[in-house]
Design a protein around this ligand. Sequence first.
Ligand code: HEM
Length: 153
Amino acid sequence: MLGKLLYVLHLLGAVLWVGGMAFALLALRPALAALEPPQRLLVHEGALRRFFLIVWHAMPVLLLTGYALLFGWYGGFAGAGWHIHAMHLTAIIMAGVFVALFTGPWKEFRAAQAAGDRPKAATAMDRIRQLVAMNLGLGLLTVAASAWGRFGG
Ligand code: HEM
């Protein structure tokens, strides 16, 4: 029962984080091209502020439930398959990228927006886009590898 609940929370965390990045990058960003740059940056700021708040909740849930499942179901790293090791590695990288993004370009972006420095804000937003794209690639790879590996492939 507890294992099932942890597994459900694990998958919900993954869906919210990885799915949110896919929406931001593949749907929201191209649609915002229809707006003038100042409005575009404003909408980006509002959308990402809310999304990053979601990630700050989804990411710890994903990591903690992952470790709980690892030790609860497999007794630790030695008993786990390759897909769980791969998931662990990419999750650590993704968490590091997110923290770097949040404390680096996102902070710069918000300061530039507050100061009305549009070119600086646009440069920071481009860096955010690159880091989110990197994490989206890693997230999709993680989901694909974990689903594939579950069946022993
Ligand atoms: C970006 C981070 C992560 C994503 C997107 C992710 C995604 C997934 C997905 C889609 C599954 C279902 C497929 C399956 O059961 O094999 C899963 C299961 C699982 N995950 Fe993760 N995960 C992440 C992080 C972690 C971490 C940090 C750990 C801990 C080392 C972990 C441990 C597990 C375990 C033990 C299972 C059950 C696997 C099984 O029974 O085959 N995950 N994860």
